[in-house]
Every structure is written in structure tokens, then in C-alpha cells.
Design a protein around this ligand. Structure first.
Ligand SMILES: Cc1cc2nc3c(=O)[nH]c(=O)nc-3n(C[C@H](O)[C@H](O)[C@H](O)COP(=O)(O)OP(=O)(O)OC[C@H]3O[C@@H](n4cnc5c(N)ncnc54)[C@H](O)[C@@H]3O)c2cc1C
Length: 501
């Protein structure tokens, strides 16, 4: 195999694109990343204004083991680029009936909280987490790090045998009910599904492994926020020889393997191979000629998209106690919330939402005497988010925060910016303004997600959250590894020896 002298253009600089670029540059390729926006990182963009610095998208640093594995491949460690702080509490939940729960690194504390709600639930929590840990081990090895892109590999006997005890097909709701009766305990075990863009009813129980992620592996804060991680990976890429061009929106990808042209208006970048980390639907429908598309418009129309979001980035005078770095506010009727997002396509009228307050941990994200926070409300993708609707929703959410957490932000907002369905569509070329891409429903898991290799045109590859393993920063880092493996496999196969090599 020889990647030396092979030129690769990566379209889009989300974690999937940055990761693929590192792996391929490390293998000897000449890699250029072309990014539409003014900065690298994709959904993990940063907003800086008036002394405030916001992570605009991801804010939970989960699965530290995945980042160690990623940097380890290049004989580095995350701490070569950023330090981590283990958060305590991991997160705080305000239930809208007045209850408040902290999930902490201290498991004795968590057991006691569960026991208070339901006698025996402390032991049930231990049991649940033991299984989640086992599932995490098997799931990561068999389904996440191993890219089983053919259905028959995914369900092969060996895998099923190895995955014994891993309930793949039932819903998360059914799984959690076997352990806990109390609705609030069920909610605590299920909230992680919002990271996957799913609901307890449409997400397979396989994802109970997420509880191992948040209870056992812990929730950390990287120095500089998630933007600091983007900087770290981009720096690693530079060390490996990756070239980055921002403000460079790709408008078409023409040509073929060994002779692609990546167009950006009048600018053209030649490439032997192309990897797209831009949203899959956008790449296929807007950048490729019809004969190079794998899926038709009906395919993209009929997918289940993860929610979009209504986001308020707020710089606020004074402190915001008792909000924690990660705070969730959950309604008692949470089924209705999911029903409105996934079935009705509506703005939830009693939403579950998330407040992120990095100024609780990091002095550099707000001027002295101010707090930095954002409010993230998952809403249905494709909604009309005109000014009147936004104003109505903003008022409702700020009133809800005041009522349910006791923190009234309304008279002390020094900086504010909104980001919702239209901005997701405009800034990231996102189909229906989905915040996260394709939801992890059973039909959109594993080999049922669109592939890393194009089946319509040799030499074109895909990476990022639409592909396997899926949504989330750690998953997109791994998808970069899978995509690079697919490229290297193809270059390596004698019968597929590429024409220019
Ligand atoms: C609000 C929010 C909160 C989240 N919270 C978390 C969290 O706490 N923890 C977590 O792990 N994950 C979280 N996620 C999910 C995570 O951020 C994403 O799954 C991941 O970052 C997506 O990476 P990606 O590789 O798919 O690329 P993306 O980040 O989607 O980047 C794709 C890039 O392609 C660019 N692009 C698009 N079209 C073109 C074009 N034509 N030419 C050039 N460039 C183009 C876009 O500008 C973008 O930069 C969150 C996401 C959002 C939106």
C-alpha cells in the first residue's frame, strides 16, 4: 500500500472530517480540508463576542477512552493538547415538580438517591450499570470499533454469541422498565438518548451502554471547552501535514477516482480521492451529478431525522447558582415531549431542555462578574422558526427556567444570540435543519446507515455522524478511523489498484 503522492480532499471539518484527515495524512497522503465556514470544527463551532466564548454545539466530553485511543494512534495523548477536569456533579436535574437530583462521581451518593425514590433501586442501579459496562465492552468492540458494514456480518452467529445478554432489539423503554418502576428513575437512565437524537420508544436497548458512559466513565470538561478539542485535533493534523482552508464552500464534486475536481465557485481543487464530512444528504443531492448519487430524493425524505434545537447563547450579569455546569430540566410528562418532536413535528409546549454553564468551571469563558450559559431545547426538525415563533418560545423558556430552577435571567442578559432550525440549515447545510443528522432508530443503526464508501462512484467516501457508528463527537472520531480504513483497504487491494498509483 502506498498513499504517498495520493491527494485527498476532505469536504467539511467536523470531527469526522478532521479525524479522517489525520489518519490519511499519517498514512502518507497529501490531505486538504475544505470548510465552508470561517472556522474549523463543524457543529463544534465557537461563538466569541463581548468577552464571552460559547461552544455552539457539543459541550459534554464523554467517553474519554475514545479520545485516548484516537490520539494514541499517533503516539500522542489528549493531555499533549488539553487538560481534563472531572466534573462533580456530572450533571444536575431539576424535575418540574420541584425535585432536584445530582448525579455525581460518588456512586454511594447515586445509590442513595435511587433508593430514596424506590426501595431496592440502589441495587437495581448497580445491576443495570454492571450490564451497561459489559454491553459497553462488547458493543464497542463488536459494533463500534469494528465497522460491520454488511448486514450479514452484523447479525452473524459469532457476533450474536459474543453479544449474549446484550438486548439489541427491544426499545430502551422496555429495557429500563425491567429495572425501575419510578418514572423519574426511568428518565435518568434514558436522558442520554438525546445525545443520539432518539426517544426511549424509537431507540434500541443496545444503547443502554450509554449509562456506563455517564455514570462510570464520567463527565469531563476539556480545557478551552469542546472548541479546545477541535484546536487540539487540528493542531495534530497540521503536525501530520494536513492543510486547512476555511471560507471555502464546495459547490460541486466532478470527475472520477484519480481525477476529481472539487469546485468552490470558480476555484477548483484537484484530488485523487474525495471524502465528504458535510451532511450526507447535502453532498449527495447538491454536490454530485445525478449519476453519482446512491440514493434518490425519496430516500432522504423518508429518513427519521434527529431533532433540531432552539438555542439561546446568553452572557448574564452575576452568578446563576444553583445551576450546575450541566443542568437538565425535565417535565414530568416526558412522553408528550418526545411525541411532539418525533410524531407531531411540533414545538414542545412543555419541553425537556438542557442548560450549559461552563463559567462554573472555566474562568476564561466570561468576563469577571458574568456567567456564560446556553439553553438548548430539542425541537422537531423542519419547523418554521420565524421571528414571532422565536420570540414566543424565548419568553416561554426563560419563564420556565425561572419557575423551575429559581434562576431568573430575564433582567440581566448582557449578550444574547439565538440559533435554531434555519441556522442549522444555513450554517451547516443540514437537511431540515436537523441538529444531529440521522436518528439512531433500529432501522438506522449499524449497516442500515449510509455507507463510508460510495457505491456509485469509486474514490468517493463519506464520514461523520450520518455514517457508522453515528452521532456524537466520540462516534465521529471513530467514523474517521473507519473511513480511513476503507480508503486504505481499497488502495491496498491489488485488483482495485488505483489507476494513478
Ligand atoms: C447543539 C448540539 C449539541 C451537541 N452536544 C453534543 C455533546 O454534548 N457531546 C457530543 O459528543 N456530541 C454532541 N453533539 C453532536 C456532535 O456535535 C456531532 O455529532 C458531531 O460534532 C458531528 O460531526 P461531523 O463529523 O458529522 O461533522 P459536522 O460537525 O456536521 O461538520 C460538517 C462540516 O461540513 C461543513 N460543510 C457542509 N457543507 C459544506 C460544503 N458544501 N463545503 C464545505 N464544507 C461544508 C459544515 O460547515 C461543517 O463544518 C451536539 C450537536 C449539536 C448540534
Amino acid at each position: 500500500m502506498d498513499m504517498v503522492d495520493t491527494s485527498v480532499v476532505v469536504v467539511g471539518s467536523g470531527f469526522g472530517g478532521l479525524s479522517t484527515a489525520c489518519y490519511l495524512a499519517d498514512a502518507g497522503a497529501d490531505v486538504t480540508v475544505l470548510e465552508k465556514n470561517e472556522q474549523l470544527g463543524g457543529r463544534a463551532s465557537r461563538l466569541e463576542a463581548d468577552g464571552f466564548r460559547f461552544d455552539m454545539g457539543p459541550s459534554w466530553y464523554l467517553m474519554p477512552d475514545v479520545f485516548e485511543r484516537f490520539f494514541g494512534h499517533f503516539d500522542r495523548s489528549p493531555t499533549d493538547y488539553y487538560e481534563l477536569t472531572h466534573l462533580d456533579p456530572h450533571y444536575r436535574i431539576f424535575f418540574k415538580d420541584g425535585d432536584r437530583v445530582d448525579v455525581r462521581p460518588d456512586m454511594e451518593h447515586n445509590r442513595a438517591v435511587f433508593e430514596e425514590y424506590e426501595p431496592g433501586a440502589g441495587d437495581a442501579l448497580d445491576d443495570y450499570l454492571r450490564r451497561a459496562e459489559k454491553n459497553y465492552g462488547v458493543g464497542m468492540e463488536e459494533f463500534v470499533y469494528t465497522d460491520r458494514n454488511r448486514f450479514r456480518d452484523y447479525v452473524s452467529w459469532d457476533v450474536v454469541k459474543n453479544a449474549r445478554g446484550l438486548s439489541l432489539l427491544g426499545s430502551m423503554q422496555d429495557h429500563v422498565e425491567k429495572f425501575f418502576d419510578h418514572p423519574k428513575l426511568q428518565q435518568i437512565m434514558q436522558y442520554t438518548l438525546v445525545f443520539l437524537g432518539g426517544s426511549p420508544h424509537n431507540t434500541p436497548a443496545l444503547y443502554n451502554l450509554m449509562s456506563h458512559v455517564d455514570f462510570n466513565l464520567g463527565v469531563h470538561y476539556p480545557e478551552g471547552g469542546l472548541g479546545g478539542v477541535v484546536d487540539g485535533i487540528a493542531e495534530l493534523g497540521s503536525e501530520l501535514g494536513v492543510e486547512y482552508r476555511t471560507d471555502h464552500e464546495v459547490t460541486a464534486i466532478t470527475g472520477h477516482e484519480g481525477d476529481f475536481l472539487v469546485h468552490s465557485g470558480d476555484r477548483r481543487t484537484p484530488a485523487d480521492l474525495v471524502v465528504s464530512d458535510a451532511d450526507y444528504a447535502h453532498t449527495e443531492q447538491n454536490l454530485l451529478p445525478a449519476e453519482h448519487r446512491q440514493y434518490d430524493a425519496d430516500y432522504w425524505e423518508s429518513r427519521t431525522y434527529a431533532p433540531s434545537a432552539f438555542l439561546l447563547y446568553l452572557g448574564v450579569e452575576g452568578d446563576v447558582d444553583p445551576l450546575a455546569h450541566h443542568t437538565l430540566v425535565l417535565p414530568t410528562d416526558w412522553d408528550r415531549h418526545f411525541h411532539q418532536i418525533f410524531d407531531e413535528g411540533e414545538w414542545p409546549d412543555d419541553p425537556a431542555y438542557y442548560l450549559c454553564v461552563p463559567s462554573e468551571t472555566d474562568d476564561d469563558v466570561a468576563p469577571e462578574g458574568y456567567s456564560n450559559l446556553f439553553v438548548l431545547v430539542p425541537v422537531a426538525p423542519g419547523l418554521d422558526d420565524g421571528p414571532e415563533q422565536r420570540e414566543r418560545y424565548r419568553e416561554m423558556i426563560l419563564a420556565d427556567v425561572a419557575e423551575n430552577t429559581g434562576v431568573d435571567l430575564r433582567d440581566r442578559i448582557a449578550f444574547e444570540e439565538q440559533f435554531s432550525v434555519s441556522e442549522f440549515a444555513d450554517r451547516y447545510n443540514s437537511m431540515r435543519g436537523t441538529a444531529l443528522g440521522l436518528a439512531h432508530t433500529l432501522r438506522q443503526t449499524g449497516p442500515m446507515r449510509p455507507g463510508h464508501r460510495s457505491s456509485a462512484v469509486d474514490g468517493l467516501y463519506f464520514t461523520g455522524s450520518y455514517t457508522t457508528p453515528g452521532i456524537g463527537v466520540p462516534m465521529c472520531l471513530i467514523s474517521g478511523e473507519h473511513t480511513a480504513d476503507a480508503v486504505l483497504d481499497d488502495v491496498d487491494r491489488p485488483h482495485r489498484r488505483l489507476s494513478w498509483s
